[in-house]
Design a binder for this molecule. Sequence first.
Ligand code: ATP
Length: 873
Amino acid sequence: MAKKNTAMMEQYQKIKDQYPDAFLFYRIGDFYELFNEDAVKGAQLLELTLTARNHKAENPIPMCGVPHKAAQGYIDTLVDQGYKVAICEQVEDPKLAQGMVKREVIQLVTPGTQTDNNSETAKDNNYLASVVYSATLDQYGFSYIELSTGELKVTLLDSADAVLNEVINLSSKEIVVDDSISTNLIDNFKKLGILISPQNSVDEENGSEIITNIDNELLRLSLNVLLSYVAETQKRSLSHIQPARQYQPNSYLKIDHNSQYNLELLKNIRTGKKSGTLLWVVDDTKTAMGGRKLKQWVERPLIKQKEIEARQSLVETLLDNYYERNELREALIKVYDLERLAGRISFGGGNARDLIQLKSSLDQIPKIKHVLNQLDTPEFQQIYERLDDVHDVYQLIDEAIVEDAPISVKDGGIIKHGYNDQLDKYRDAMQNGKKWLADLEAKERQLTGISNLKIGYNRVFGYFIEVTKGNIAKLDDSRYNRVQTLTNAERFSTPELKAKESLILEAQEKSRSLEYEIFAKIREQIKQQIPRVQKLASGISSIDVLQSFATISEREQFVKPKFNHDKLLKLINARHPVVEQVMGSQKYVPNDVLMDAKTKILLITGPNMSGKSTYMRQLALIVILAQMGCFVPAESAVMPIFDQIFTRIGAADDLISGKSTFMVEMKEANQAIQNATENSLILFDELGRGTSTYDGVALAQAIIEYIHDKVHAKTMFSTHYHELTGLSDELKQLKNVHVGASEKDGHLVFLHKVLDGAADKSYGINVAQLAGLPTDLLARAQSVLDHFENNDEETGKNANLAITPESVSVETEAAEEQQLELFKVETQPAEKSNLSKKETKIMNEIEKTDLMSLNPMEVMNLVYQWKQKLNEK
Ligand SMILES: Nc1ncnc2c1ncn2[C@@H]1O[C@H](COP(=O)(O)OP(=O)(O)OP(=O)(O)O)[C@@H](O)[C@H]1O
């Protein structure tokens, strides 16, 4: 026994040495076993019991195992946590093996190559990326593959930052690199939690036929590295991989990863989930592949007007044709994940149920085509004509495969009666044999007079006649050969039964293997047609996304935006699609965005919490929606097409470097002003607040001037620095707007309405009051504020920011009065001041009046009333 163990452990070690960075799942009988360090760590991660092999020996070998039937869940758990799993199978029949059973790793499952996804992740893509660098060209060749769908893309990138952006945008969990990649870039990947898989040997044969259309050497190298890794890890047919397609990151609206993160396009910052994101708002797709395509469209909005308008026009037709759209949606619900089915069938792992799913999906295509044909526009006619329903594959499956096929492909019960003559003959033989057995049972009962005599079957003894112990005496011994003795019964065979048995078993065996043969042939035939299925899948997923846009646009009352080349941005009553959803459309206050060709910068002031960031984010989301081809949440929308969006919104730290907020702010500001063009959109939310007031104001002003004079991008800049509002005198392309708020009975009321001009004050202390800070603390803040403001008036703006307790104490009493009035704690009599009661009252009224919300006539009336009051005796 010990010897066998040693031989086995030797074999184990040999294999393990080839996969040092993976958990080796080593197949023994019905289990996958893990040994040594794999076992110790695996037991912990998978919550398995750690045992030991040879536990009596001096150095027992740690071991744990999982049943092979339940292995998938365990493999997924490890891979989801960023580990690799090498699956090592017995590759010969143990019964026939001489010596150790031969074992080989048949697949290396890694985070980027995992394809058995459960339904929760069906709408996610899993991209395995690869990058190589050419020092001569100072360029990167970057490619990625989605193994379950066969999508393969490649591009050239100019900087390490651009590579990081792509990897983050794709949410890749794993990247294949060769030794041209610097440790710096590798470290950055690691910080993002991405698994690095080095691949330094390249076999150009791998997938050479799918990269024939790519002639750039760096691109080919990147693809070769990627495909060599895929070939080495997957060790199975990859015939479904689609020919590589070169893409240009700059043929899309560029949204860098921080902006994508901050704008919550795909993931909610707080929860990391889809809920509360732009994707969440526009996703009413009915198929998993539609869901994945939608995600790609959100990540990559278009920049060519023609392409955007082509999508818009399809959405409009679908929106206008309610019944057809509904029919389409009903058909789409019944379409399974064609892309992943195609992947499974190509991998050679597809079973009969996959084929049935493929068939019932294909069954929907004529219905979908019928609807498209009814949508009588040239665009839909074109789609209708181009959509190949792959009917031959449908027919083949329909003729051959039974509807309720089992999961196993080797146990028969898959092929329909009438499909293959030979198979039908075997099946008849089996059927006859079974009838013969039933007859035999009846005959034997009669002959022996034993009414509970029965004929049974087991794997070891084959068919047998079973008689309970009490009835044994009734048997004529000479006819029966005893084969097995049980506690209560004896089992016998007869030469006649043996002869029939071999006929039945032979027919059964032949039937099974013939069924498998036929099935494999059909699968192979379908495999040849996979590119057509993939093309169909792509068409269907686009239709699904477009119907989702139409459905959402109708439900949420979105309108079709119009594009112009005159840099005119005019959104009337626009809404933030996510905030509106969350708070309910009745409560949301719509706002206009008005920037003509000459307005480059909107300087937004207003109290905290009034809605400045919401207003800015709203614009970014509307731009993205519009350029995806979707309609937008507004009453009307006229807009230019933007080439890039830059944002500095929210307090999110840098995903990679963990730099301080201010550093990140400045880096992002720099990114924007260096790379933005006059066609870009820049959103800066309170830029400069991360440093001292003077520095902050100075930098903010300089950045605004720089954008105004040199960059010319459309820019929204929100700020609490009221000093900046004076810039509109100098900078002709800058316009002040503010988010309105007013005080009512000493309380702050947010209007959430964006109005022309600068805000009159900050209301910071009022917001603090709303947040529930203690009253005496608020009183103190008010007195400090008053001191600042008085100082400003006496000695010029912000002259003395250094405050000492002494310097404020002089003012405290008078200031307290003012604040107490503000917060409605009326304990101090107003007579203490030099003003009369009447005058104080009028003063308070003046203070509370929100000039911005009144028209000139109303102001006149008020002044008239005050004068009247003053003159009253
Ligand atoms: N147009 C709107 N209609 C209704 N509610 C809104 C609107 N805009 C914003 N809000 C509400 O006001 C809250 C604060 O908005 P937001 O964060 O945009 O304010 P802010 O002015 O940027 O604040 P701060 O200056 O403190 O960053 C939002 O969470 C939302 O609930």
